[in-house]
Design a protein around this ligand. Structure first.
Ligand code: ADP
Ligand code: MG
Length: 645
């Protein structure tokens, strides 16, 4: 039964406009189980013939069939499958992968076959024993002698069955003793049923074969059978077939393992490759965390104005120069507003500056006249003492609440409650101390005291005018509707709209919008860093593909399909980017920890969402920028890749 049938096969190479024929009209068929030697001078076309037989190269013309199937009709993947399952290559220069150990080299074709790890190890251990190298399993090729390397490569050719062994000058690089060992192994392989096709220029080596075909200048010049032995065909066990899902799973797992190896093999380079991604992810995550943190802080400040509050100020708007002359906003207005059903509380503001005296110290201070509910309206708390009672406000009682600065300046650590201070000649009894403010920005300077607005109006200022009113709207009422209605009420009272309103909700919304826009803007800039990082990854991957062309060629020769190669390089790029992304996240995390430790103004808030999005993003960059190099790798021509040093 014929396993190899060639009819009028020619192969030429074009050099400029010249056609150089390496093979001319070769017609050759090989029986299953035969042992054939192809002999010829160097340059006669032996390797070209071998490459065509092994489906690494295709004929320029003519027909070539394997097991009766025309190879030209098969796609690249089917040809790769033939290389993987039917053929086993033994090269003159061994072509082992230098980064893998002996046993891993032997097991590699099984990866492309789709065999699971455990079976792979079992099979390769058995083969390692057969070739007498069981104690060298973990050695890398450069730790083995030439003869040992060639034996490893024989084992590799056999692991998927190796029905047809293609040996191209297998002893060419070996001393005569190792050559003898290798030839004995090959002879035994023939005895156990393998079809052997051996290329050599050495008559002694050729004499091991049953049949010797001689070629010269690309043509067969003789074809002799040593004796009349018809090759004996033995059935050989084939490997079990795997489901395509398992196949896929092993491939993913293997590409992952190989990628980890490749990345670990060049640690510094990998780190530098990732640098762009690391910087990009660190900046995106940090910026988002800073944005979140400052937004929270700003919102706290905005909320300290009070939620659901509307402020009423004389004038047409912010910066109205005429506002000082408008004297229409009176305490009566505040009282009228406080009677409205949708108003929760009202805090008229009257402010003035003056001299404050306690014992023998006198200092400048500012004073706010406020209502009983002022703490609630401005969202502040007392540290000690109590707030003004409604009756105190009604009676214009001479009481005061002081701030932290006043407490410090006048009383130090002593208790100020019950003491009397004098403001602009008006004695005031201290009944409370404000809590420390933790607002954004520098701490409040100067001394600040609060009295009931009645006290401020009648006892200190002697006037009914007020500087503004802060209205707290009831919780279940829309502040914008309330604002409209307040404007109507006040306009009716004054006869004209000589005031303007500030709605805390509008301010909050505005500030929130600004904060979001800022975060988005800075994130966009950080994304540019990521893209630049991605281009860096692509660059290095392209270099890496060029550098590892030989490795790709070897893998293709032992049965890797194009998508195996594509998958491996893509996995490598994605893994690089993911590791870079993870490092970036860690960096951002440590940065935020340091930031939160040293900066008290506001906190960086790292959200899980941002981290996950960052990781997904780096993965996407790996796919995006890794695809081109990976595709280049998978499109390499196997023999050209193999020929590379
Ligand atoms: P052998 O293995 O018998 O020494 P080869 O099959 O390698 O010979 O080469 C046969 C002929 O084809 C040689 O003349 C060689 O120069 C030519 N050849 C082989 N490969 C190429 C190639 N890729 N491009 C151009 N010429 C080639
Ligand atoms: Mg050759």
């Amino acid at each position: 039964m014929k396993i190899i049938e060639m009819q009028n096969v020619s192969r030429y190479f074009t050099l400029g406009s010249n056609k150089i024929y390496a093979l001319k009209n070769i017609t050759l068929s090989i029986d299953k189980g035969d042992f054939i030697a192809i002999m010829g001078q160097s340059g006669s076309g032996k390797s070209t013939l071998m490459n065509i037989i092994g489906c690494l190269d295709s004929p320029s013309s003519g027909s070539y069939r394997v097991n009766g199937f025309e190879v030209a009709d098969m796609d690249k993947d089917r040809q790769a499958e033939l290389r993987c399952k039917t053929f086993g290559f033994i090269f003159q220069k061994y072509n082992l992968l230098t980064s893998l150990s002996a046993i891993e080299n032997i097991a590699l074709p099984c990866v492309y076959y789709g065999l699971e790890n455990k079976m792979r190890i079992e099979k390769s251990q058995k083969l390692l024993k057969d070739i007498g190298l069981e104690d060298r399993a973990q050695n890398k090729p450069n730790e083995l002698s030439g003869g040992q390397q060639q034996r490893v490569s024989i084992a590799r050719a056999l692991i998927n069955g190796g029905e047809v062994i293609l040996a191209d000058e297998p002893t060419g690089a070996l001393d005569s003793k190792s050559g003898e060992t290798v030839m004995n192994i090959i002879k035994n392989l023939h005895k156990s049923g393998h079809t052997i096709i051996l290329v050599t220029h050495d008559r002694h080596i050729a004499s091991f074969a049953n049949r010797i075909v001689e070629i010269k200048d690309g043509e067969i010049i003789s074809d002799k059978r040593k004796n009349d032995t018809v090759p004996e065909v033995k059935r050989r066990a084939s490997l079990s077939k795997k489901s395509s899902f398992d196949y896929f799973r092993y491939q993913i797992y293997e590409s992952f393992r190989m990628s980890v190896k490749a990345i670990a093999a060049h640690k510094l380079r990998s780190l530098l490759t990732m640098l762009g991604i690391i910087i990009g992810i660190t900046s995106v995550v940090s910026v988002v965390a800073l944005g979140n943190g400052s937004k929270v802080k700003i919102m706290e400040n905005v909320n300290s104005i009070g939620t659901n509050t509307v402020m009423i100020v004389p004038g047409k708007g912010f910066g109205d120069k005429e506002a000082g002359k408008i004297k229409t906003l009176k305490i009566d207005d505040a009282e009228a507003l406080s009677k409205l059903s949708y108003v929760d509380s009202v805090n008229p503001s009257i402010a003035t500056n003056g001299l404050m005296i306690y014992k023998n110290r006198s200092l400048l201070a500012s004073l706010d006249g406020v209502s009983a509910e002022f703490l609630q309206v401005i969202n502040k708390k007392l540290q000690s003492g109590r707030k003004f009672s409604v009756s105190e406000v009604k009676a214009a009682a001479a009481v005061a609440i002081i701030d932290q600065n006043t407490q410090k300046e006048f009383f130090g650590d002593a208790n100020p409650l019950g003491e009397t201070v004098v403001f602009n000649k008006q004695p005031l009894k201290v009944i409370g101390v404000m809590a420390k403010e933790d607002n954004f920005g520098p701490p409040a300077t100067g001394l600040h005291v609060y009295t009931p607005y009645t006290t401020a109006m009648y006892k200190i200022l002697g006037s009914q005018e007020i500087a503004g009113i802060t209205v707290k709207v009831s919780d279940n009422v829309n502040s914008h509707l309330a604002e409209d209605s307040i404007i109507k009420v006040l306009t009716a009272r004054h006869g004209a709209k000589d005031f303007f309103t500030i709605n805390a909700d509008s301010i909050r919304k505005m500030v929130e919008d600004i904060a979001n826009t800022m975060t988005l803007l800075i994130s966009c800039i950080a994304v540019i860093a990521l893209v630049v990082g991605g281009i860096g990854v692509m660059n290095i991957m392209l270099v890496s593909v060029t550098e590892r062309t030989k490795e790709i060629g070897i893998k293709m020769a032992i049965g890797a399909k194009r998508r195996n190669i594509l998958q491996q390089f893509l996995t490598e790029a994605v893994l690089l980017c993911l590791i870079g992304g993870a490092m970036g996240v860690l960096l951002a995390l440590s940065f935020s920890l340091a930031f939160n430790h040293f900066v008290t103004e506001f906190k960086m808030i790292l959200s899980l969402d941002a981290v996950l999005i960052a990781l997904a993003f780096s993965m996407a960059i790996g796919v995006l920028f890794g695809y081109m190099p990976a595709r280049n790798a998978s499109n390499l021509n196997p023999i050209e890749a193999l020929a590379r040093d």
